[in-house]
Design a protein around this ligand. Structure first.
Ligand SMILES: [Zn+2]
Length: 130
């Protein structure tokens, strides 16, 4: 099943191939970051000159409309949309802290968690403010 990730602001497809493309800004530098489209796969491709410091929070930005993708419901997460071919779009939330592996896919009232750090964070309420 093909997963298509979309910008919640402009609906641009963020994974033209198997990688999801973001601009990331860590406050000092801005660069391109490619993430796997497979939930739970945290291998990433970045410019070797871009220092991805573990524990550092980065702002993820849509490469098409350049709006921030920080989640409106939780400031520590990035929020994008996921089209899995069904009627409704799912919402993907993942940590914007480098090295923190937590991804949640919200599909209606269902929530699936991925990544070894997700257990520590599974009390986060993405359905409303906390
Ligand atoms: Zn956009």
């Amino acid at each position: 099943m093909k997963k298509t990730y979309l910008c919640p602001h402009c609906n641009a497809v963020l994974n033209p191939n198997e990688k999801i493309v973001f601009i990331v800004d860590d406050g000092d530098q801005r660069g391109l970051l490619l993430l796997s489209a497979k939930p739970g796969d945290y291998r990433l491709i970045a410019d070797p000159n871009f220092p991805l410091v573990k524990g550092r929070v980065a702002t993820f930005i849509c490469p098409v409309c350049t709006k921030s993708l920080t989640s409106p419901v939780n400031d520590n997460f990035v929020e994008i949309k996921l089209d899995q071919g069904g009627n409704a779009l799912s919402t993907v939330e993942f940590s914007r802290v480098f090295g923190e592996h937590a991804t949640f896919i919200l599909d209606g009232r269902e929530m699936a968690a991925f990544g070894e750090d997700a257990d520590d964070l599974d009390d986060i309420n993405f359905f409303g403010s906390i």
